[in-house]
Design a protein around this ligand. Sequence first.
Ligand SMILES: C[S@@+](CC[C@H](N)C(=O)[O-])C[C@H]1O[C@@H](n2cnc3c(N)ncnc32)[C@H](O)[C@@H]1O
Length: 220
Amino acid sequence: MYCRKKPHWISAAAFAAAGLALAAPSVRAQANSDPDATAKARLAWMREKQGNLWNVNADEGAFLRGLVEKVHAKRALEVGTSNGYSSIWIAMGLRRTGGHLQTLEIDPGRARLAGENFRAAGVDSLVTLKLGDARKEIPALSGPFDFVFIDAWKQDYVLYLDDVLPKVRPGGVIVAHNVTDLRDELQDFIRAVQTNPQLKTTIENPGPGGFSVSYKLPAP
Ligand SMILES: C[S@@+](CC[C@H](N)C(=O)[O-])C[C@H]1O[C@@H](n2cnc3c(N)ncnc32)[C@H](O)[C@@H]1O
C-alpha cells in the first residue's frame, strides 16, 4: 500500500538507510564510495523535473564547488537560492571543507522547493535556508564569510556588494553570476568590483552566464 506519510518514529537518516538497503547493489556501492552520490542524483532530477529556475548550469555549479574547496571556505553565503541548485553544488564543496552555507531567498514557493531539494540531496545539515529579503537579512548576519555567491535580482548587485563586503574576511571571495550574458545590465556592478581597491577581480566563464570572482585583499 502506498504510504503518504512516513511514520514519525523513523528518523530521516534511518529512512534513507532503509531505502539504500533495498536499493540495487550497484546503487549501494556508488552511494558508499561517493558521499555526493545522493546530491548528484537530486541535481540531475532537478534539471529534469523542475526546469531551469534561473539556475547556474552544471559546469558553473562544478566551478562554484571547486572554488569553495580552493579557498577552504567554512562560512559561505548565497544571495538568491531559487530551488537550491547552486546551493547543492556549494554544499558539496562545504562537505569537504567542513563548512556551512547560509542561503537567502525572497520567494516562498522557490524557498519551499529548495528546502525539499536540500533534504532529498542529503545536504540539509550543511545548509541554512532563510526566507526573506537579502537587503534586510544580510545586515543582520554576523559573518565573517569566506565565500559569497551573488545571484539574485541584477539591478541590486551593487547594493548586495556594499552589504556583504564588510562581512567578508581578507582572502575571502565574492562570486557573482551573469557578468557575461547580462554584462550590459551589470555594467555598474562589474565596474564596482573591478575598481574597488579592496578587491582583485577576474572574470571566469565555465558556462554561458560568467562569474566575476573577487578576492578581498588584506587591509594595507
Ligand atoms: C537567478 S535565481 C537564483 C538561482 C540559483 N542561485 C541557482 O543557480 O540555482 C535568483 C533568485 O533570487 C531571488 N531573489 C531576488 N531578489 C532577492 C532578494 N532581495 N533577497 C533574496 N532573494 C532574492 C529570486 O526570488 C530568485 O529565486
